[in-house]
Write a protein of this length. Structure first.
Length: 164
């Protein structure tokens, strides 16, 4: 396992662009809310730590992970954001529903990234157990929300330098 016994979330904010001039859209799934709220908390804390203004972090909740695609697309169409983060948690159950949701969300976000001009950061946990999700949303392996926020800042800076 790539994350076994290693917290992957630490970052050196001196190597990250200052986020004060960026506007962040964050779409959060309400399904597995105890996981997704942990991811959001990690993302928000990292953004603020790197200079983002609280009023430039806009959260939109959606019922489940599949709905992340629609909300991210609407945010992208509004052109009000420099980068969008989608946060979800899909935990494997007894049916194939897990496979369909994971594949659909992954493909949908990939398509938006390929066709859009605003980066969308994928922060959707796809774990076999609830404990694996807890471990990655502020637990022993860090917080994937923190990692998504750092990626978002870097991509917003890349977009500004390259395309605007």
């Amino acid at each position: 396992m790539a994350t076994a016994n290693k917290n992957l979330s630490p970052y050196d904010k001196h190597t990250i662009p200052n986020a004060k001039d960026f506007r962040f859209g964050i779409v959060v799934s309400e399904w597995n809310e105890h996981i997704t709220n942990g991811l959001y908390t990690g993302a928000e804390a990292a953004l603020l730590d790197c200079g983002a203004l609280p009023e430039n972090i806009i959260r939109q909740n959606v019922p489940g992970s599949f709905e992340l695609i629609y909300a991210a697309n609407q945010m992208m169409k509004s052109r009000d954001y420099d980068v969008i983060i989608v946060i979800g948690s899909v935990i494997k159950g007894e049916t194939m529903h897990f496979d369909f949701v994971c594949q659909g969300v992954t493909n949908g976000i990939a398509l938006l990234n390929a066709e859009g001009d605003i980066p969308i950061i994928f922060c959707v946990l796809t774990d076999n157990t609830e404990q694996q999700s807890i471990d990655r949303s502020g637990g022993i392996y860090g917080n994937k929300g923190t990692e998504a926020a750092i990626a978002a800042i870097k991509m917003a800076e890349l977009r500004r330098k390259t395309y605007l």
